[in-house]
Write a protein that binds this ligand. Structure first.
Ligand SMILES: *[C@@H]1O[C@H](CO)[C@@H](O)[C@H](O)[C@H]1NC(C)=O
Ligand SMILES: *[C@@H]1O[C@H](CO)[C@@H](O)[C@H](O)[C@H]1NC(C)=O
Ligand SMILES: *[C@@H]1O[C@H](CO)[C@@H](O)[C@H](O)[C@H]1NC(C)=O
Ligand SMILES: *[C@@H]1O[C@H](CO)[C@@H](O)[C@H](O)[C@H]1NC(C)=O
Length: 388
């Protein structure tokens, strides 16, 4: 009761003081009235300005979408099938890995394409910075533009300077630091796969480094890969400390010791297996947590996972030739002094291997590792030794 009275009271007090003031100012009425009228006028002006501004703002609000939609209808791709099958014109995007992998995992359920699809090979270069062998690759790619696409993952700080005439121009994908033997390396490989999956024409995915070169011409490489019933990834069960010795029991039951595989990271994979890798959430956490140096995750994660999920799709060997004969932790690197006729004889005279369940002498399409100093000789003799 008291408070209600109080609150009423204060209102009444206000009224009282108002009347008192008007009463008090009853004598110099004209001046006060003028002031009052002026105040009124001022408020009126402010209000009209405000209303003008708001109405204008509202009008702009109405106009903007109209203009935008007009601009868009001029620039926008036609709203037909084209928009679903045309590859992104720019490889730069602002999707983070979760968003990118989600988008890349879209798979059509109808297996027959309702348009003419020319399957391409995605050549994915996992590098630190420069690609010294780019001129040789450019020679290799020349004339096969409809059959390949290129993706480069490098240190984010690296800014490439390929000439516009190069097949590598503008093929950089949004990258992050990738360290050898760490999960960030597999992340980089998954990022390459995911970006390449955004182009629906890419059917085969080849992982390469800056030290890799092609050993055959494009026609041979394309035919070999496109006609293979298996994907080429090294996957073997190796006893001893560098194979089974790196297995951690905490990985079971997802991965058992007998399922543990090892292989070089330089793979060639079908579109199906590329999607399997990008969408994996079963094996990834196990390898991330329990395969750390001296377990080198890039040598085990994909070979093991794919051997468990799709053993019938794997050739269990790599297409990339490498020389471990010198021993040590790293394979041999070949420079100017090493590349010659004998060298290429040695590469092509290797043991036969199995291709589509048949023995063949053509086992390798790529080779590593080559130093920049080898480039000049390779360019000069590519038609003799490499077939292009
Ligand atoms: C990507 O962005 C989304 C939305 O902001 C966030 O939920 C997700 O955790 C991010 N993923 C990564 C890998 O940063
Ligand atoms: C691993 O071994 C356990 C016990 O032998 C078995 O129950 C489990 O199914 C195996 N896991 C796989 C993925 O084969
Ligand atoms: C590759 O190895 C798996 C076992 O991990 C086997 O099932 C498959 O048949 C092998 N592939 C070929 C082509 O021999
Ligand atoms: C590719 O190489 C093969 C064998 O080395 C050769 O027969 C063929 O003509 C070459 N193709 C092109 C397009 O150069």
């Amino acid at each position: 009761m008291q408070s209600r009275v109080g609150s009423y009271g204060s209102l009444e007090n206000g009224k009282e003081s108002y009347t008192r003031t008007t009463n008090q100012s009853s004598r110099p009425l004209p001046l006060r009235l003028l002031q009052f009228l002026l105040l009124f006028l001022g408020v009126g002006i402010v209000f009209s300005c405000l209303s003008l501004y708001t109405s204008r703002f509202l009008k702009i609000q109405n106009v903007v979408p109209l203009v935008q939609s007009r601009i868009q209808s001029c620039v926008q791709e036609p709203n037909n099938l084209e928009k679903w099958i045309r590859p992104p014109s720019n490889l730069i995007h602002t999707m983070n890995d979760s968003e990118l992998f989600w988008r890349a995992s879209f798979v059509p359920r109808i297996k027959e394409y309702p348009f003419k699809r020319t399957p391409k090979i995605a050549f994915m270069f996992l590098t630190r910075g420069p690609l010294p062998m780019a001129p040789l690759w450019d020679k290799f790619f020349k004339g096969n533009e409809k059959l390949y696409s290129i993706y480069i993952h490098s240190l984010p700080s690296y800014h490439p300077d390929f000439p516009t005439s190069s097949a590598f121009y503008g093929r950089q994908i949004p990258s992050q630091v990738a360290e050898w033997g760490m999960m960030s390396m597999c992340d980089g490989e998954r990022r390459l796969l995911a970006n390449a999956l955004l182009d629906i024409s890419n059917e085969w995915f080849v992982l390469l480094s800056e030290a890799c070169i092609p050993l055959q011409n494009f026609s041979i490489v394309y035919r070999y890969i496109s006609r293979s019933r298996f994907s080429f990834i090294g996957a073997f069960d190796e006893p001893g400390p560098y194979g089974r010795g790196r297995y951690n029991e905490n990985m079971s039951p997802e991965v058992n010791l007998t399922e543990w595989r090892k292989g070089s990271q330089w793979f060639e994979l079908s579109r199906k297996l590329a999607v399997d890798i990008v969408q994996d959430s079963v094996y990834y956490p196990k390898f991330e947590q329990f395969c750390r140096p001296a377990c080198y995750v890039d040598e085990h994660y994909f070979p093991t996972m794919l051997s468990i999920q799709s053993p019938h799709l794997l050739a269990n060997r790599s297409l990339t030739w490498v020389d471990w004969s010198r021993g040590g932790a790293h394979p041999a690197t070949f420079g100017k002094a090493d590349v010659n006729e004998n060298f290429f004889k040695k590469i092509s005279d290797g043991k036969p291997c199995i291709y589509n369940n048949q023995p063949t002498s053509l086992c390798f399409l790529f080779a590593r590792k080559f130093a920049p100093s080898a480039l000049e000789y390779l360019l000069e003799h590519s038609s003799k030794y490499l077939g292009f």
